[in-house]
Every structure is written in C-alpha cells, then in structure tokens.
Write a protein of this length. Structure first.
Length: 272
C-alpha cells in the first residue's frame, strides 16, 4: 500500500488534526458563532451535545481564538461542582487565595470582579464542562453568579457545557429562574451523511495520505455506525486504517468497516 505522509503531517482522526485544520461542519460553525456571541454579550450560555459530538473541540477552539493579553479563559470540570468549589477555583485562577467560608468567598469574588472591572483587566471567559454533573446547590447558585449591582449587568460570560441531560434539567420547574437567565443556547447534533464523507476526506487529505481511499459504501456505513459523531468516526477510522495497512489494501471497503465494528463490539463485551 502506497502511503505518503510527511514527517510534519498530523495523524488522521486524532486530536493532532484539531490543532492544524479542524473540519468545520454546519453544526460546529453555528455552535462556534453562538459561543463567540455568548462571550461578547457576557451572557449565561449553554452548549449541549451527545458524548463525542465535538463540544471539547469547540471550547479549545474558542479559547485559542482570544488573545492572552486581553482574555483569561477559565475552564472548570469538577464532578459534583459545589459553590465552594466554583468560587474557590475562580479566585485561584485570578491569583487570589479563597476564604474558607462560601459566603465570604462569594463576597471576595464580587470584590475581585469589581476591582478587575475598575482597572480594565483581562476579560474572563468561564466554562463549566460536564455541567449536568453540577450539584443542585451549584445549579441554584447560578441565579446569583451572573448578577452584579442588582441585576444591572454581568461582568463575565459563563458557558455551561454538557450532555443532553443538562437540557432536561434546565426544563425542570425548580430551575426555571436559571433557564430565564440563559442568554443563548445551542444543541450540537451529529454530522449528516454528506458531512461525514467530507469529514473523512478532509482528515485523509490534511494528513497527506495518498491511500487508502474510502469507498462510498464504506463511508456510508461509518456514518450509520457513528450517527455522525466526530469522536466515534475517529475511533472507527483509526482502527480501519490500521486494518487496511496490515492487509496492504489501498481501498477501504464496507467489509473493512464491518470487520472493525465487530471487533470493537467484542472488545467492549457487546458480543460473545
């Protein structure tokens, strides 16, 4: 099999490609545009999507899009996030040692925010990942996090990123006050069949591989099996490329995909 890949070329279907030339399908384009608006409007925003839909890729891209001289990204991913964790982590990120009491840490954070605003310091961009895992106390605390000077304004954007369960939580009656404060929301879905095919070709081309070539039926099966979710597509295609290389095949056919999917099921214990 004739494989041409330069030493500096990124590996296909890996995170290396995210840093070089991430493929943008319509859903990602729209999601990214809304994330930028959330930051610009300093709003409480929500980004949801299935596991593997590319939410983390979008957040990495969002953070990279801002100048480190003007913006300070803060990424929080803590299982069962509580208000104490939230205010403590925010304060540490801006160089302050948080007070132990939640009430005092909250007041300390408000004072820090006011000081940063007065001195024109870097704009904060705060993201809570896996937000569906937040504690109920933290979810309710969101009513107050974005308020400054009696609801007059918000001094930083807060973006909640999570799985579809987060959307269901925000529809509950007890969280209605939070839902009303959401300035912008977007649910990221999988790629269409055409986008999946373009995604596969993009990865192969960007990695400077001349072969193997994916047949139309093979790409169709990848889309069906992955439901258009980028992470699942990557996983399948990495295995398929290894399988095709081992057999010296220059075209990836449906049989390659079927064999890899069956092996993946066996490894997960999905089949006997």
């Amino acid at each position: 099999m004739n494989v041409v890949q330069t030493e500096r070329s990124p590996q296909p279907f890996t995170r290396e490609l995210d840093r070089v030339a991430c493929y943008e399908y319509r859903g990602h384009q729209e999601a990214f545009a809304r994330l930028k608006l959330m930051v610009e409007q300093q709003a409480l925003g929500v980004l949801t999507g299935e596991v593997g839909s590319g939410k983390s890729t979008l957040i990495r891209r969002l953070f990279r899009s801002y100048d480190a001289m003007t913006h300070l990204p803060i990424y929080l991913s803590i299982a069962g996030l509580k208000p104490r964790d939230f205010y403590g982590e925010l304060l540490r990120h801006v160089g302050e040692e948080p007070l132990y009491s939640v009430t005092k840490a909250k007041r300390q954070w408000e004072d820090v925010l006011a000081g940063r605003q007065a001195h024109g310091e870097k704009q904060l961009v705060v993201v809570i990942d896996e937000a569906q895992e937040m504690s109920e106390a933290m979810m309710l605390e969101l009513r107050f996090v974005m308020n400054h000077q009696m609801d007059a304004c918000s001094l930083f954007p807060l973006i909640l990123v999570g799985q579809p369960e987060l959307r269901k939580q925000l529809r509950l009656k007890k969280y209605e006050a939070i839902a009303q404060r959401i300035g912008m929301q977007f649910h990221l879905q999988g790629m269409t069949k055409e986008e999946t095919e373009a995604y596969i070709r993009h990865h192969i081309k960007t990695a400077c591989l001349s072969s193997p070539v994916f047949s139309e039926t093979a790409m169709h099966l990848v889309h069906t099996a992955s439901q258009g979710l980028p992470r699942v597509i990557n996983q399948i295609c990495r295995h398929v490329l290894h399988d095709a290389a081992g057999k010296q095949h220059e075209v990836v056919e449906e049989i390659h995909i079927t064999r890899v999917l069956a092996d993946m099921d066996r490894q997960r214990g999905a089949t006997g």
